[in-house]
Design a protein around this ligand. Structure first.
Ligand code: AHR
Length: 495
């Protein structure tokens, strides 16, 4: 056992609120992420509400999904909203050129998307098209969604079945405009953004947060250019994926990987922390009053595609490693809660680091799902300083990371919550917990672990990664927590 590790929580020094949208989701027209995975259509034998699968929506509701980003991703910059309204049988069928070249029948469009977020009780994040779209197209889409009066577009929305306006909480001008969104330079995009944002008009009480498409990975120049007085920028998006090898041509396997790739994957969260810190420093310089949000609206693991699957569908297994990766991201996002008010894991169902995987009428909850479920008490909680003393380094080959990661917050229910990750794949860890100057009496919550690094929950088999109850009591004025190897623990402090 690694000994003499101490977690010190300063319960009397509240930090920023951990915005619930840090637990945001992303659903793109990609593979079976939407079609089959969530949307089966109203005529399907699979139980559904107006086309959306009941089982998937019910499982997502358990996660208290705060918002959903749609329709992309790269797909967003080839999406034309007018093709997704009106009778579904009359909508044009397009080629989804980004993702496998399959037919996109536009069955899910604006009305269907809002039906989904309303069923989930989530906010809507609509990603506009700057790549192949125009200022006019985006302005008219917003008018269609939000206009209250008798304009032709508002009447068209009514004719299509929606009387009252949709509530658009977030609207982005393009996606990855440094790449699939148009291969632009930051200065060129900033000028494009200025032009488009001028025309994004809505009733004042239905004004979305306008998001500028920002940079990737360690880049800071997009944040810099977009936060230097570009009118209309309310938030800047940023993306970073975790690839075990760091190599886009051979990313690493989702299962059956060596321990070095376990550490390389989980240890990458240190880079995520750095990229947020570097971009936050740029924002602190350009926007000291912290008006501009930094939204990490695509993150998660990206492995080699599942053998036999369409590589354009980004299907990958989800294992215990993904659960730890998610929890480590949460702990980092909490530390940056003053700037990071939204993040969106990629993606919600069947794609990349998904919450849920489906096959026909069956579904399975992934290890990542359980990490999200365990961390729900942190939504809108008030962060608290949490320091790990004596935290040993976990090293395999050239890869290393701190063994433990911790976070603490005062939940909206008034309880003090602690989240812990033991990244070491082999060794348990033991730590004492101090809150203020003393030891709490007890903790109670959930533990997630499994026997193998790549343990997974597979359709038709008993799930291997499921949270179990966890508790510990103080003895002799000390509260000691024992964390199994490769585990996530979330507890409420009692007394
Ligand atoms: O999430 C998959 C893709 O990754 C998104 O479409 C794109 O924005 C990113 O490159």
């Amino acid at each position: 056992l690694a000994a003499d590790i101490k977690l010190v929580v300063k319960a009397d020094q509240p930090g920023p609120v951990i915005h619930r949208n840090i637990y945001g989701q992303f659903a793109e027209h990609l593979g079976t992420g939407i079609y089959e995975g969530m949307w089966v259509g109203p005529e399907s034998k699979i139980p559904n509400v107006r086309g959306w699968r009941k089982d998937v929506v019910a499982a997502l509701k358990e996660l208290k999904v705060p918002l959903v980003r749609w329709p992309g991703g790269c797909f967003a910059d080839e999406y034309h909203w007018r093709e997704g309204i009106g009778p579904r049988s009359k909508r044009p069928v397009k080629v989804n050129s980004n993702w496998g070249g399959v037919a996109e029948n536009n069955a899910v469009g604006t009305h269907e998307f809002f039906d989904l977020v309303e069923q989930l009780g989530a906010e809507a994040y609509v990603n506009g098209n700057i790549g192949t779209g125009s200022a006019q197209e985006m302005a008219e889409w917003l008018e269609y969604m939000t206009a209250e009066g008798k304009s032709t577009l508002a009447e068209l929305r009514r004719k299509n079945g929606r009387d009252k306006p949709f509530r658009v909480h977030y609207f982005a001008v393009g996606n990855e405009t440094w790449g699939c969104g148009g291969n632009m330079r930051p200065e060129y995009y900033a000028d494009q953004f200025r032009q488009v944002a001028t025309f994004l008009r809505t009733p004042p009480h239905n004004r979305p947060v306008i998001i500028a498409s920002g940079g990737n990975g360690m880049q800071t120049e997009w944040t810099d250019v977009l936060s230097k007085g570009v009118p209309g920028v309310n938030a800047i998006s940023h993306h970073a994926y975790t690839l075990p090898t760091g190599n886009w041509d051979k990313k690493g396997a989702a299962v059956g990987f060596p321990e070095s790739e376990w550490v390389a994957t989980l240890g990458n969260v240190q880079q995520i922390d750095q990229m947020i810190a570097k971009n936050a420093a740029v924002l602190d310089k350009n926007d000291p009053s912290k008006k501009i949000g930094f939204y990490f609206d695509e993150w998660g693991s990206w492995y080699d595609p599942e053998p036999g699957s369409n590589p354009g569908f980004l299907v990958q297994r989800n294992t215990l490693r993904d659960a730890l990766l998610a929890a480590l991201h949460f702990n980092v996002f909490h530390n940056h809660a003053d700037r990071v008010h939204m993040t969106n894991i990629a993606q919600m169902v069947n794609v990349l680091q998904a919450m849920i995987q489906t096959s026909k009428d069956k579904l399975v909850l992934t290890p990542t799902y359980h990490a999200f479920a365990m961390y729900t008490p942190f939504q809108d909680a008030t962060s608290l300083p949490a320091t790990l003393e004596g935290n040993p380094v976990y090293k395999v080959d050239k890869f290393e990371m701190p063994t433990l990661s911790a976070t603490a917050a005062r939940g909206k229910d008034g309880k003090l919550y602690i989240g812990l990750v033991n990244a070491n794949a082999n060794a348990p860890a033991e730590l004492t917990v101090q809150v203020g100057s003393g030891a709490p009496k007890a903790v109670k919550g959930k533990l997630l672990t499994a026997a193998a690094m790549d343990a997974q929950n597979e359709l038709g088999k008993a799930p291997q990664v499921v949270p179990v109850p966890y508790e510990a009591q103080a003895a002799d004025g000390k509260l000691t927590l024992k964390l199994p190897p490769k585990s996530v623990v979330v507890v409420a402090v009692e007394g």
